[in-house]
Design a protein around this ligand. Sequence first.
Ligand code: ZN
Length: 299
Amino acid sequence: MTKARRLVAGTVAAGALALSLAGCAQSVDPIERLGRKATEGVQGGQSTRQPKAPASASAAPSGGTGHVAADAHRRWGLAKPLEFAPRPAHRPALPRAGAGRVPVVDRIPVPAGERTVFLTYDDGAERDPEFLRMVADLHLPVSMFLTDSVASAGYGHFEQLRKAGPGSAINNHTLTHPNLRTLSYERQRAEICGQQERLQKRFGTKPRLFRPPFGNYNDDTLRAAKDCGAEALVLWRASMQIHDIRYAEGSGLRPGEIVLAHFRGPDELKGTTLTQMTTRMLRKIQEQGYRIGRLEDYL
Ligand SMILES: [Zn+2]
């Protein structure tokens, strides 16, 4: 059994314990077949789309100033272009943290009526070049929470993702994806600080945000994360499954919602690719009238 497999199994089991949101156990409808013309390359488990010049050209770092091609949304199965939130003039006030602890953020306190949500992707087992093209084409800001034991073999891929999606960032999701609530303070600290150092060494920047595996944490986690230099512990209240977003409460997104997705591929998603899953998630965000923000602009 590979580490990636163990991680996925663990995620399913403990997801049910945590927020009932993280697991991928869900009955699967026949795989939604997206319009072929619109989603060439998003079909089935295999990519049919060759990297063409425009797509690979747009994979270059744009630094948030690049221009999204007028037809990019159609290439990825969306009816209209995505809307992005401008960088806010001020960072919203976060929940107050106890002394020596990081604040816990499960939703961004955006101004009332501001229909902005945030995309986060966890773990790092799946490295799909098609997803890299999608992020580059659509200029998607993705906040990645990477676990060293599953993502490290593909850190180069995640570095490309970070450069391709303006406003994207790489954050800490521990060294080995344990349930931190079962560990002593010292072992939690080793998991969190260890990954801070790994990521800083590999990517040259110290991650600012930390997400505990399965959303499980305790007071020791808040202290350890602070001690390791993280600025906030980031959770979620909406979670993308294979076909639908699952909500912690209600039946739709709310302003400031942090949406959790995973770097998962057809093996974990019953044949659905990461790009297909992302297209469905983006459609649901658009259908509900939301735009996408860059999490690191707000935290
Ligand atoms: Zn995880």
